[in-house]
Write a protein that binds this ligand. Sequence first.
Ligand SMILES: Cc1cc2nc3c(=O)[nH]c(=O)nc-3n(C[C@H](O)[C@H](O)[C@H](O)COP(=O)(O)OP(=O)(O)OC[C@H]3O[C@@H](n4cnc5c(N)ncnc54)[C@H](O)[C@@H]3O)c2cc1C
Length: 364
Amino acid sequence: MKTKYDVAVIGGGIIGCSIAYYLAKENIDVAVFEETQIASKSTRAAAGMLGAHSECDDLEIFYPFARSSQLDYFQLQDELKELSGVNIELRKGGIFQLAYSEHEKDELSATLALPTISWYDCTAVRNRENSVSEDIIGAAYIEDDVNVLPHSTCLAFSKSAQVFGASIFEFTPVLAIQKEDDTYTIKTNKGTFQAKTVVVANGVWSSSFFHQLGLHHTLSPVKGECISVSSEQPLLKHTLFHEHCYIVPRDNGRLVIGATMVKNDWHEQPTLGGLESLIAKAKTMLPTITDLKIESCWAGLRPQTFDKKPFIGYHPEDEDILFATGHFRNGILLAPATGQMIRDLIVKKDVRKDWIEAFKINRI
Ligand SMILES: Cc1cc2nc3c(=O)[nH]c(=O)nc-3n(C[C@H](O)[C@H](O)[C@H](O)COP(=O)(O)OP(=O)(O)OC[C@H]3O[C@@H](n4cnc5c(N)ncnc54)[C@H](O)[C@@H]3O)c2cc1C
């Protein structure tokens, strides 16, 4: 078995697989080590919204980074399909971000000031989505905040990376990493591997490597619960979004309702209380939703940093260790931009200085 690589990536979620894809495409010899199966953790739990506008709380850094990532998806859907055969199911239609009062409309003013966003009053929204609650006063319509299937997208990155020569090791947890001379030794349950560069991308579990590498940072889990329901006739064409809750239409009349925000809970099962609150919230947006049949429910752990921005960049004292973790609510959206930024840092191409500063691990 081959045991020497240019780059070892720890974690086979969407962030690790996107990094592997962009590195392998550049002819860099990369291996991904995944404790269980590709796309099995937070990535599998996500709704897949690409909310560059609806999740934007910072026009200077988040918006341009997220927007470039979002735009990349429009090109990636064909590129990844051709390479991997996997359809990421990029679904157009966009988002209605609902307002129930003038105060909530005012809170949307920053979103409404972004390019391509327009205000629809209640009648205009209901002309396009006649099942939406009559209690809204209107909504910001965000056409470009489309969605993808996160699990398929991660698989598409991983399979496409393999087409370009990447190795993917599933059921191979990394137990420890250690530098000897100029090379990192990566200890796993399947033996020892060597790499010149290591990227720590194992989501909320990255903290254990921070500590091994002399850093005192932590990531905390913010558990999110979701339910999917099905109807014979498609009930929605657009995603509905209000106060961090959403109803996302998928194929075959399926709707994904998400997601709770439970801080510091490491359990990956949904609770009845969590699901009850989701159903109550969904009913305020789409009153008839309670008639639909439950298909499944699940939960996942969002990796959160102290300031809710991801850590993307070098170890402060060693450029052969990089971090790409802590993507919190937006890891699916930010995966292409993160993969490209890590690639560019490794091959020493130019990266926007404000992104390096904003995402570096030793920021204050
Ligand atoms: C309910 C919910 C809804 C969400 N909705 C959206 C959304 O609509 N849009 C959006 O953009 N984002 C969304 N997110 C956020 C998004 O899912 C995450 O930000 C993203 O999946 C993080 O990806 P990741 O690769 O860093 O982590 P993960 O997907 O958790 O992957 C980390 C991987 O590392 C592996 N691992 C752990 N330890 C080790 C080790 N020692 N060795 C090897 N492997 C290891 C794990 O098994 C796991 O597979 C949502 C999250 C949740 C929970």
